[in-house]
Every structure is written in structure tokens, then in C-alpha cells.
Design a protein around this ligand. Structure first.
Ligand code: PLP
Length: 455
């Protein structure tokens, strides 16, 4: 035993030395990429190295799933090292960073027009107020079942249609937490996820936090933000365990047509991988919306929320819908983290479902998006007219950089989200949110026009 223990220690030390050597090489490669101004992520180089590692592990009869995960951990570390070398990657701004900065300025007494965050300015339904008072009066303020109270789960299932039952629902503190527990319970460190860019930054953050590798299929304004499913198929490898989609999309306002949605479902099905569909904006749809639940794929996970539809961001109530076996996995992580969503908030959400404010709110947002679109047309900017969601994502003209315009606008009291917060290739875009009244929007857009005109 002692001899074997010594040998295993030597082998482990050897591995660490080799990993160190690998990191030094990565840094050298990073310096070259920086000098040559080429992208850090190189799909071909990754494919080549993955191919040779998988061939080797098959030859020595090692578990290929394990070796692929080990390789991904090394690849992610290389990307991290190379990103650290590039100064602008380090200073990437997100809409949340701008929001925090705007809040600081407000605390110093400056007036700010908030066009950066996705928080509707209207009030939650009146019924919600009564539900909170009723919850207090009836002592409904205890721990609940981790998955959420049955009445709420049943009501969510009923709204989702498609023969969904309350057993296939988990109530979470916001869609963000539903995403977090889905990643934590369905992925292992070193697994891969595919997202579609531009994308809400939480997908990348959640993947990074748990050591999963996220690869993005990029979409372009020229292609009307339509994902190329042929390229998506090519991105799948044995480590890919999940595809994440978000339609209506934040930030582009794109809706997926049924054909493309079905192609994505087929790719997930053929490879037996999870398909997570973030549908928080589904009630803000101005054409036909089709939930992923209609595809009846047994490895799909739909997440949504009360935040946007009912203007209840601070109540922190969202949910995930999936097969019972998947929901059980999500519930295990939720039980570890927070027992259950606060009971009064669950009753508030139940009351919101009985209100009829969703269609009224949709009309308000649609009208505002039209107003923004018309103003952007006056300014001759290129953008996709939103089919849903709460945002417009125009391209800046004259090679203007997003962070330059964001800083300039903050100086005059207008906060907008930099496009690169949704993917590093979108430095020439900004996101304008339709969560303020029309007069405020007009003022913010006038400041934007002035900032663009004055370079
Ligand atoms: N998903 C997307 C695409 C979002 O844009 C947001 C919020 O901006 C969320 C989820 C978060 O929703 P919640 O407040 O329910 O956590």
C-alpha cells in the first residue's frame, strides 16, 4: 500500500507540473492572439484537441465523459488566463453595472432617466396588495413545501396549458433562481452548454459559477437575429448537455418561428440533451408565441416569472416547468439553498394570476416600443423591430463604441445598457428598455440623439 501511495502521489505531482506547463503555454498563445487581434475562443483549435483527447481515452479505455470534462476544465482555465491578459475584456460593462453606477449618481442627487433595466414602472395588480394583507391576517407566513404551495403550482400549470400538472412545477424566487438551480442540478463541472448570443448575461455567469463551459452561437442583425440551426448542430459534442434559448429575446425582441423552434427541439432530442427555454417575456408578445412546452419534449425545462408580466420584480417569484423527475432534481438544490419561496409572496403570485393586467401591460409596452422604434428610424439607426419583449437593440452609427456612448449619456443623466453586456461581439449596440412612461422615454431618446449627433 505504501509503495502504491507513493506512486499515486508522484503521478499527481506530475499532473500538476504538466498543468502548470500547459498554463504557461496558454499565456504565450494569449499574448500572440492579443498582438494579432484575434478572438480568444477558437472553435477549431478546441475541436482538434477534443478529438485527440477522446481518441486517446478510448484507446486507453478511460471513461470518455470524464476525460472530456477534465479537458473542458483545462480549456476554461486557458480562456480565463487569456481574458485576464486582454484589458478590454476585463472592463466589460453590463446593464447591471450601469444600473449600479446610475444609482450611485442618484444618491449624490443627480436625476437619472433609467432606460437600462428591465423593470416595468407600473404597479402590480391591486389583488396582490390584498393578498399580502390576507396572508398576514390568516398567518400564511410559514415554511412551505420546497416546490411551492399546491394551489399556486396548480394555477401555474393551468395557465401553461399543454396538460401540465402541478407536479411538473417548482416555484422559485424569480426566473433567475430557476435558471441557477437548473444549471446546478442538471450539469456537472466540465459539461457544456450552448447559448445563443446576444444573451442575457446570467446564462454565462451561472455556467461559469458552477464550472460548466458555455459556448455561444452568435446571431446577427443582418440575419434578423435568427439562429442558424445548421451551425448549432455543428457545435454539439459529447460534452454538450444543454441548449438554452430565450424568446421573446432579451435584448433583441426576436421571436422564434415554429420551424426554427422545432429544429432546435430536434437537435436536443437527437442528442438526448436538455433544452432550457427562458420565457419570462412570453406575455409581451405581439405576434404568435409558442411555448417550448407545446413540443412535449421530455428533457425540456421552461422557466418564467411574475416579475415582468405583473411588474412584480421585487416579490421574487418565478417558476420552472419540466417532467416530475427533473423538477425533483431542481427541488433538491432549492431545498439546500432556501427551503421555499416566502409564503406571502406565493399567495401574492396566486392573486396576480387571477388579475387581468397582463394584456393591459402588454399594450402599454407595445406602444412604448413603437415610440422608440419610430424615434430610432428618425435617427436612421439600424435595428430589428421587436416582435416581443421589452427592449430595442439598435446599432450605433459612425463606428461609435457602446461604452463611450453609455458614459456620455450617464453624464447627462440617461442610463442605457451597453450592447457588449450581451456578448463581446456587440460593442456597436445599445439596449433601450421600454419600462418608463412615454414622456420620460422621449426625453431620454432626445438626449441619445444629441449624444450621437455630437459624436
Ligand atoms: N430571464 C431574462 C431573459 C431576463 O431578462 C430576466 C430579467 O431581466 C430574468 C430572466 C429574471 O427574471 P426574475 O426577476 O424572475 O428573476
Amino acid at each position: 500500500l505504501d509503495i502504491l501511495r507513493k506512486e499515486i502521489r508522484d503521478v499527481t505531482e506530475n499532473i500538476i507540473n504538466q498543468v502548470h506547463h500547459r498554463m504557461e503555454l496558454s499565456k504565450q498563445i494569449g499574448e500572440l492572439k492579443n498582438k494579432m487581434s484575434i478572438d480568444i475562443n477558437d472553435e477549431k483549435a478546441e475541436r482538434d484537441i477534443r478529438g485527440s483527447v477522446l481518441r486517446l481515452s478510448k484507446k486507453v479505455k478511460m471513461d470518455t465523459d470524464f476525460s472530456a470534462r477534465l479537458l473542458n476544465i483545462l480549456l476554461m482555465e486557458s480562456v480565463r488566463l487569456q481574458e485576464d491578459q486582454q484589458s478590454d475584456a476585463k472592463h466589460e460593462q453590463t446593464h447591471l453595472a450601469v444600473f449600479m453606477k446610475a444609482k450611485e449618481l442618484e444618491a449624490m442627487g443627480k436625476k437619472i432617466i433609467h432606460l437600462e433595466v428591465g423593470e416595468p414602472d407600473f404597479k402590480p395588480p391591486k389583488r396582490v396588495k390584498h393578498a399580502i394583507i390576507r396572508a398576514y391576517n390568516h398567518s400564511l407566513y410559514h415554511y412551505t413545501e420546497t416546490r411551492g404551495i399546491k394551489r399556486l403550482r396548480d394555477a401555474i400549470a393551468k395557465k401553461a396549458r399543454n396538460n401540465i400538472t402541478g407536479e411538473e412545477v417548482i416555484v422559485t424566487p424569480g426566473a433567475r433562481f430557476a435558471l441557477f438551480i437548473a444549471f446546478q442540478s442538471l450539469l456537472k463541472p466540465g459539461d457544456e452548454v450552448i447559448g445563443i448570443e446576444p444573451a442575457w448575461p446570467a446564462y454565462k455567469d451561472c455556467a461559469n459559477l458552477m464550472g460548466a463551459k458555455i459556448n455561444f452561437l452568435k446571431t446577427t442583425l443582418e440575419d434578423r437575429w435568427l439562429p442558424n440551426t445548421r451551425n448549432l448542430r455543428k457545435m454539439i459534442n459529447p460534452s454538450t448537455k444543454m441548449i438554452v434559448i430565450n424568446y421573446p429575446n432579451n435584448p433583441t425582441g426576436k421571436l422564434l418561428d415554429i420551424r426554427t423552434q422545432e429544429q432546435i427541439v430536434s437537435i436536443a432530442k437527437e442528442n438526448g440533451i436538455y433544452l432550457l427555454s427562458d420565457e419570462v417575456y412570453s406575455d409581451y408578445t405581439f405576434g404568435g408565441f409558442r411555448s417550448i412546452l407545446e413540443s412535449n419534449y421530455d428533457k425540456s425545462v421552461m422557466i418564467s416569472s411574475f416579475s415582468k408580466t405583473y411588474a412584480m420584480t421585487g416579490f421574487r417569484v418565478g417558476f420552472a416547468i419540466a417532467r416530475n423527475e427533473i423538477i425533483s432534481k431542481l427541488a433538491k438544490v432549492q431545498a439546500c439553498a432556501l427551503t421555499s419561496v416566502a409564503e406571502p409572496m406565493q399567495y401574492s403570485a396566486l392573486a396576480a394570476l387571477r388579475a387581468d393586467s397582463a394584456s393591459k401591460n402588454r399594450l402599454i409596452i407595445q406602444k412604448r416600443l413603437n415610440l422608440i422604434s419610430e424615434r430610432l428610424k428618425d435617427m436612421s439607426l439600424s435595428f430589428f423591430e421587436p416582435e416581443g419583449g421589452m427592449y430595442v437593440y439598435p446599432r450605433l452609427n459612425n463606428n461609435t463604441n457602446d461604452t463611450a456612448i453609455v458614459e456620455k449619456l450617464l453624464d447627462v443623466g440617461v442610463a442605457v445598457a451597453p450592447g457588449s453586456g450581451f456578448g463581446s461581439s456587440y460593442k456597436r449596440f445599445i439596449r433601450i428598455s421600454a419600462c418608463q412612461g412615454e414622456n420620460v422615454l422621449k426625453k431620454g431618446l432626445a438626449a441619445f440623439e444629441h449624444a450621437m449627433d455630437t459624436g
